[in-house]
Design a protein around this ligand. Structure first.
Ligand code: NCD
Length: 308
């Protein structure tokens, strides 16, 4: 593996290898002052973010530092991009400063593959448009694997704005490769045409999807990508597709609930579902567990791309 631009086409062995390595780092992160081998000492990782981010950016930064690498942060608004510099010139200039790897977030689908075609340094896609977000899916899959002890045979329902979601796409590719069953649920206007051809279940009624599922990944309504017209109103969306205690209790269904964040509280997920931490067997929010797993997954990815 030279770059990680997506989970599409990645062999199951590579996914399992990354998850196993991430799980070993996750065990280390349980300690208050985790110490890891600084195997990336003297390496420099450039965090090139053309879109806003809290979790992804911080966790890549922490992951690099845990392994001894230095990080350089780049935010488009405060860089020469605001003076009209192109993406390729930006990358070539960072390369000339001997940066060893690029972690890229960009609003255009395909941006990570474009950068990978320009440079021989490893490129990690931290989310490109509506295309892929491979490390988010890996951390979601690690969270499910730690909770259930397996991935194969699990029924995972992805709920909400599938049309604009790079997280949904990466999860579909990764989970399918590992033998999980997948369903998507949302209003038909937020489901991509031809989605059932991916060999997944499609629900437009949330009750049916809840009854089917072992776990739920709730997606943020991507208000910045959707220019309107997809849903009648936020209130109607939330009445039909918002995940609430009442809807779970009505079906007596207990699910671990994941969400990549940031969350729109009381729109796609209710406060009590987002905040409730329960032992297995009850509906429980996995949101903060996912965030910690994100650091472990990004350590595993940087380790494989830069140290091996
Ligand atoms: C996701 C993203 O940016 O793609 N969030 C994240 O990485 N934590 C999902 C989203 O923005 O809804």
């Amino acid at each position: 593996m030279k770059h990680l631009t997506g989970l599409y086409g990645l062999p199951p062995e590579s996914l399992v290898d990354l998850l196993d390595l991430a799980a070993s780092y996750r065990a280390g992160l349980k300690h208050a002052n985790p110490a890891f081998q600084p195997m990336l000492g003297n390496r420099r990782v450039a965090l090139v973010f053309f879109e806003n981010s809290t979790r992804t950016r911080f966790s890549f930064e922490l992951a690099a530092r845990h392994l001894g690498a230095g990080t350089l942060s780049f935010a488009a608004a405060s860089s020469s991009v605001s003076k009209g510099e192109t993406l390729s010139d930006t990358i070539r200039n960072l390369e000339a400063m001997q940066v060893d790897a690029f972690v890229l977030r960009h609003p255009s689908s395909g941006a990570a593959e474009f950068v990978a075609s320009l440079t021989d340094r490893p490129v990690v896609n931290a989310g490109d448009g509506t295309h892929e977000h491979p490390t988010q899916a890996l951390l979601d899959i690690l969270t499910l694997r730690e909770y259930f002890g397996r991935v194969a045979g699990l029924r995972v329902m992805i709920l909400g704005d599938i049309l604009h979601s790079r997280v949904a796409r990466s999860n579909i590719f990764g989970l399918k490769a590992l033998g999980a069953e997948i369903a998507v649920c949302g209003p038909s206007t937020l489901l991509p045409g031809g989605i059932s051809e991916l060999g997944i279940e499609v629900f437009t009624k949330l009750d049916e999807a809840i009854a089917w599922a072992d776990a739920a990944i709730v997606l943020r309504l991507q208000l910045e990508r959707a220019t309107g017209g997809y849903i009648p109103s936020l209130q109607e969306y939330s009445a039909s597709y918002g995940l609430t205690d009442e809807k779970l209790d009505r079906l007596r269904k207990h699910l671990p609930v994941l969400h990549p964040g940031p969350i729109n509280r009381e729109i796609e997920i209710s406060n009590n579902v987002a905040d409730r931490i329960q032992p297995p067997g009850y509906s429980s929010s996995m949101l903060l567990e996912q965030v910690t797993n994100g650091v472990a997954v990004r350590m595993a990815v940087l380790h494989r791309l830069l140290a091996d």
